[in-house]
Write a protein that binds this ligand. Structure first.
Ligand code: 5GP
Ligand code: MN
Length: 344
């Protein structure tokens, strides 16, 4: 048995909505990651099996290493089909908002979601959720939204009905949001849940391979280049920074998602506890932060890079040149020197 986590009141409210409504849209955040897609498809399969009409809509495209998941090819990309997506969002009677805590995180789609008369349910694990849904299921102590989807389905008494495809998606989200169970993953209940998912027939070794052993040769060479040529280490601050300009990404024919995981790489170095990755994107620099121990990536990001996220994994944006972003980062680091000194 696992602890309840989600309050009974919230479970009952979701059950009530599911009794009343069957035109359902599931939305998740920009640049959807494994947990965004995993939680969305995990919930989508479950709701579809119950007989609902369900569409998953994401703001923009998602990485290739998630395309093997059943239902991935039916995910609607807002950026490409905004008109159709807006119609579905407007006509839905229930919208699930997964893996984000504020409408800004879903880009232009946020306006349509806000305007829709549908009932809205937030399921998320980021701190400080905004109040834009009728039911807010937010538990930052839980390491993935996908785990919350598992907990929700079980609490509604439907573990038996959960399909292998739903279990595949949920496991993928749990695995990717914990770096293959290497951080944020000390809660014993995670492993109980994995046991339950294995009973559904998932092949966890195959899922690991599908997600992590999926590099193209170009992507692998770009990683080598980033590590040998573009990584700066700040030993005094136990930190490191990797940067890649647009031109460098183009040189390696980088596709969407090809730099996923680069932010984690410097943490492989002994004594490095904080790692940043800056990628030049359309009109801005996209940042990813990762840390070990108590270094607060989310505080660092919100103070200096207009972002947020979790303690050990956060992201942000910088509008300006790569060099200005680097300067800002290097100036900010020493302000945290006392925090770095306390971490072993
Ligand atoms: P990633 O580095 O994988 O893009 O994001 C890591 C975490 O930071 C995710 O949980 C994500 O929700 C959060 N995050 C990423 N980018 C942003 C951003 O621009 N703003 C905010 N508030 N959070 C972000
Ligand atoms: Mn997540």
């Amino acid at each position: 048995m696992i602890s309840k986590v989600i309050s009974q009141e919230k479970i009952s409210q979701v059950e009530d909505f599911l009794d009343k409504y069957d035109k359902i849209v599931i939305v998740t955040h920009v640049s959807p990651d494994g947990d965004a897609i995993g939680s969305a498809l995990g919930l989508c399969h479950y709701l579809t099996d119950l007989g609902n009409d369900v569409t998953v809509i994401v703001p923009n495209s998602f990485p290739n290493f998630l395309r093997w998941l059943k239902g991935a090819k039916d995910i609607l990309i807002y950026e490409k089909y905004a008109e159709f997506a807006n119609k579905l969002i407007a006509e839905a009677d229930l919208i699930f908002c997964l893996d984000f805590n504020i409408l800004k995180r879903i880009g232009d789609m946020g306006l349509s979601v806000e305007a829709s008369k549908a009932k809205k349910v937030l399921i998320d694990h980021h701190p400080d959720p905004a109040n834009f849904c009728d039911v807010t299921i937010s538990y930052p102590q839980i390491s993935s939204t996908s785990e919350l989807i598992f907990r929700l389905i079980c609490r509604m008494g439907d573990f038996e009905q959960m399909s292998k495809e739903s279990a595949d998606a949920i496991y993928t989200g749990m695995m990717t949001d914990t770096g293959g169970f290497s951080y944020n993953s000390n809660n014993p209940e995670i492993y109980y849940i994995i046991g339950e998912l294995l009973k559904k027939g998932i092949n966890k070794d195959q899922i690991y391979s599908n997600v992590y052993h999926s590099y193209t040769e170009d992507r692998f060479r770009m990683m080598g280049y980033a590590l040998s040529e573009k990584m700066k280490v700040f030993h005094d601050c136990k930190s490191a920074l990797i940067t890649l300009t647009k031109e460098e990404q183009q040189r390696f024919k980088a596709q969407k998602g090809d730099t996923e995981g680069f932010a984690n790489l410097p943490l492989n170095i002994k004594d490095i506890v904080f790692s940043a990755f800056m990628r030049e994107d359309e009109g801005m620099i996209k940042l990813s932060f990762r840390s070990q121990g108590d270094f607060p990536c989310n505080t660092f990001s919100s103070q200096y890079f207009n972002g947020g996220g979790h303690l050990n994994a956060a992201g942000g944006e910088f509008f300006g040149s790569m060099q200005d972003a680097i300067d800002r980062f290097e100036k900010a680091l020493p302000k945290f020197i006392e925090v770095f000194d306390k971490i072993n």
